[in-house]
Design a protein around this ligand. Structure first.
Ligand SMILES: Cc1ncc(COP(=O)(O)O)c(C=O)c1O
Ligand SMILES: [Zn+2]
Length: 411
């Protein structure tokens, strides 16, 4: 059973009931679930014996009944990357690989598993979202699985793979002429007016909790310890602060001890409001107009920007903004050294890690976890022009032999 008590305002600490409210009615601050931690008596062995999905931490998730979807979501691989580590001059490097999350190949399957379950508990018929692509894919798939009606709102310039990844599940897709921030503004009005269950608007307090499970898993998969550093991409700012929240909660219930990891924020230079705010010493990001190939993280006005900045500072982390060329190079490096194909969000995170190592923020003898949150098969267009063409030959053995011998002669 969940130990959920209520929703608490992050700013003024007022308590609200666990309904579909998304801001504090006293100060408009963001709400987060509050749990009775003392009632949670979980052991490492108990967790280890449970199915390998995100519900293995269900006592710390904000549902009141049984999970309804996400039975194969989460518990993605934590891959030790020695070849990549050697290239970066690091000793202990891991990729938390949500590019293979089930069923839609991004970290969003975590947050949607929780939000969709809660939406059903609260009696919503329509599941909806404002999305840069991956969230729409995940909402579409989980709604299909639950037999819910589904509407997803996206900017009208998304990659073909992102569009396909929603369309196949049969939702209503609303492609809006504008960027994500425009889409989000529209959706806030729709949520108010029509009462649909927008996972990242009126269900946001529940949705965001799903992201904690990435942090829980990293600790468990490292043998119940913290890494020294973790690098997370930042778009709306859901993931990064919830990883920290997950790390703290595991300590609170006695499953891990030690110094919290330093958590670093990775953004594309063409959309880096949080990194710029960190550099300028601001508490709130100044909104920017996105211009980057990393479309899934192109959010110019992050809803949880304040929490990201607080978390990075509190853990002694840093920000790094990387250019589109560095992002594509990092996508290729990860693929060629470790066999992991990520989309630009993961390229951004790896390129930021490389930058942090170069700047001496991450030292060579310290352990690092890099969060790879999306899959490269959805964004083929960012790399296709830059890859080697196949060798084209006729069917005759002679042709193969001539090619092979000529290649050998060149070597
Ligand atoms: C692949 C991928 N990674 C990371 C993010 C970051 O999201 P947020 O900062 O909103 O948690 C997104 C969000 O849209 C995404 O699609
Ligand atoms: Zn408040």
């Amino acid at each position: 059973m969940s130990a959920l008590i209520g929703l608490q305002c992050h700013l003024c600490k007022a308590l609200c009931p666990t309904t579909a409210v998304y801001v504090c009615d006293k100060c408009l601050g963001p709400l987060e679930p509050l749990y009775d931690y003392d009632s949670i008596k979980l052991t490492r062995d108990e967790i280890a014996a449970r199915p390998k999905n995100l519900w293995r931490y269900r006592e710390l998730l904000p549902i009141t009944g049984e999970p309804l979807t996400g039975f194969h979501s989460g518990f993605t691989p934590l891959v030790r990357c020695d070849r990549l580590a050697a290239r970066l001059g690091l000793g202990e490097l891991y990729v938390k690989d949500d590019s293979v999350n089930h069923p839609t190949l991004s970290y969003k399957d975590r947050v949607v598993s929780v939000a969709a379950t809660r939406a059903k508990e609260l009696g919503f018929d329509v599941l909806a979202c404002a999305s840069t692509g991956n969230l729409a894919n995940s909402v579409s798939a989980h709604a299909a699985r639950l037999g819910m009606e589904c509407s997803v709102f996206i900017p009208d310039n998304l990659e073909a793979g992102k569009l396909l990844g929603s369309a196949i599940f049969g939702p209503t897709i609303l492609a809006i002429a504008g960027n994500y921030d425009d889409v989000n503004r529209l959706c806030t009005q729709v949520a108010d007016r029509y009462g649909w269950g927008f996972v990242n608007i009126n269900l946001r307090a529940y949705y965001a909790e799903g992201a904690k499970t990435l942090g829980f898993e990293v600790v468990e998969q490292l043998g119940w310890r913290y890494p020294r550093h973790l690098v997370s991409p930042v778009a709306g700012g859901t993931l990064l602060p919830r990883i920290a929240r997950g790390f703290r909660e595991l300590a609170r219930i006695g499953l891990v001890a030690g110094e919290l990891p330093r958590i670093h924020a990775a953004q594309a230079a063409g959309c880096a409001p949080v990194v710029r705010a960190l550099e300028a010493g601001l508490d709130h990001p100044e909104p920017v107009k996105p211009d980057t190939i990393a479309k899934s993280i192109a959010i110019g006005n992050p809803a949880d920007g304040y929490q990201v900045i607080q978390t990075v500072r509190a853990t002694g982390g840093s920000g790094s903004a990387v250019g589109d060329t560095q992002i594509v190079e990092a996508i290729r490096l990860l693929a060629e050294t470790e066999g992991i194909f990520t989309e630009p969000a993961g390229g951004t995170t790896l390129a930021a890690t490389i930058d942090l190592v170069r700047r001496g923020v991450i030292r060579k003898d310290e352990s690092v976890v890099v969060c790879v949150t999306g899959n490269g098969y959805k964004t083929a267009e960012v790399v296709t022009d830059r890859l080697a063409e196949p060798v084209r030959l006729g069917r005759a053995f002679k042709e193969f032999e001539a090619w092979w011998e000529s290649r050998r002669a060149l070597a």
